[in-house]
Design a protein around this ligand. Structure first.
Ligand code: PMP
Length: 353
């Protein structure tokens, strides 16, 4: 007993570090892009590294305005953060008081409950329905203390997304005091035309905030840069929680260069989308049940068999994400990496039969 006193809301939390898989395995565990930086982005980074003795532009003014122009919104409607995770935390801190409630889908992105608790708010998880966010039940879970509802679209780790009519009907009935944090980390991989681009919802629904990232389709996961688009009042509140210099010089430069390299990056995303289809079709033909995915990953709901399947895959040299007793999420890699995974999945399936 050291006599150390800490914030009461943290007492029943444990530090939540993500475990890095064995680097000798094929990395299909973290929904990263399968490819390293584009040569043009690498060049910008090499130049910028010469200047890391200088602090970054703290307001990321250039990047903010470039994103705003690119998306057709005002500069005051965009802010940057240390990954979309950094922004998720900022949104919670900006919008929640001690005792506020945050409604969110579950199973979904593991970090949500921790961030909600760190902000002093109470997590209100709502089970998925057919592997998607169950907006009706989420709406019914909203009470007087609810400040934020997180909608993860498409949902990580399961893959499906909710469509426009459903989302709009939900937004129409939502109290104006509740902000919807629409987590579109996988937006660039969505191909179902029924799934709305969150930005198109902003005009009619000013309580929506759209969260996106350069970590996935743009392949900058290690640099930590994400952005939030919302009405200026929300952005201003979130900016009050900004940690000085938290979006690094390298992150800003690489994000700017990536916006300028849309076409090449788009080709990579297309390759991943094609591979997603091929992986799912092959898994289905092997006899697995796999929901349609709009992200760069697929989900196998294996229940108690999940841990065993994860171990089997490791023996074949593949690291996936295991959600104990629920399922296994496989990130779409390069064609060759996916082939190793598919061969392993096929062999496991045959051994079972
Ligand atoms: N949201 C979702 C749904 C995610 O899956 C992830 C990453 N796995 C993030 C946010 C965070 O991404 P980042 O902080 O790298 O932008």
């Amino acid at each position: 007993m050291s006599g150390l006193r800490t914030r009461a809301t943290l007492h029943d939390l444990v530090p939540a570090f993500v475990r890095t898989p064995d680097p000798s395995l094929i990395q299909l565990a973290a929904n990263e892009a399968a490819y390293g930086p584009l040569p043009s982005v690498a060049e910008v980074l090499a130049r910028e590294i010469e200047r890391v003795n200088r602090y970054p532009d703290d307001g990321a003014v250039g990047l903010r305005h470039t994103i705003a122009d690119w998306l057709g919104v005002e500069g005051a409607e965009v802010t940057l953060g240390a990954g979309s995770l950094g922004l998720l935390e900022q949104v919670m801190l900006a919008l929640c008081d001690q005792g506020s409630e945050v409604v969110y889908p579950w199973r979904s992105f593991d970090v949500y409950p921790q961030l909600i608790r760190v902000a002093g708010a109470t997590p209100r998880p709502v089970p998925l329905r057919e592997e998607r966010n169950d907006l009706e039940t989420m709406l019914a879970s909203i009470g007087g203390r609810t400040r934020v509802v997180i909608v993860c679209n498409p949902n990580n780790p399961t893959g499906p997304a909710v469509g426009r009519p459903e989302l709009e009907s939900f937004l129409r009935r939502l109290p104006r005091t509740v902000t919807v944090l629409l987590d579109e980390a996988y937006f660039e991989y969505v191909r179902d035309p029924a799934v709305p681009d969150g930005l198109t919802l902003l005009r009619d629904h000013p309580n929506v905030a759209v969260l996106r990232t350069f970590s996935k389709a743009y392949g900058l996961a290690a640099l930590r840069v994400g952005y939030l688009v919302a009405r200026r009042e929300i952005i201003e509140a979130v900016d009050k929680t900004h940690v000085t210099y938290s979006v690094s010089r390298l992150a800003q430069a690489a994000a700017l260069a990536s916006i300028g390299a849309q076409e090449e990056l788009g080709e990579r995303v297309e390759a991943t989308v094609r591979e997603r289809g091929r992986v799912r079709d092959t898994l289905l033909s092997q006899g697995w049940r796999v929901p349609v995915s709009e992200g760069n990953f697929v989900w196998l709901r294996l229940g108690a068999a999940s841990q065993g399947f994860g171990k089997d895959l490791e023996r074949f040299g593949v690291a996936v994400k295991v959600v104990p007793d629920e399922g296994v999420r496989m990130t779409i890699g390069t064609r060759e990496e996916n082939d190793v995974f598919l061969e392993a999945a096929g062999a496991v399936r045959e051994a079972e039969l």
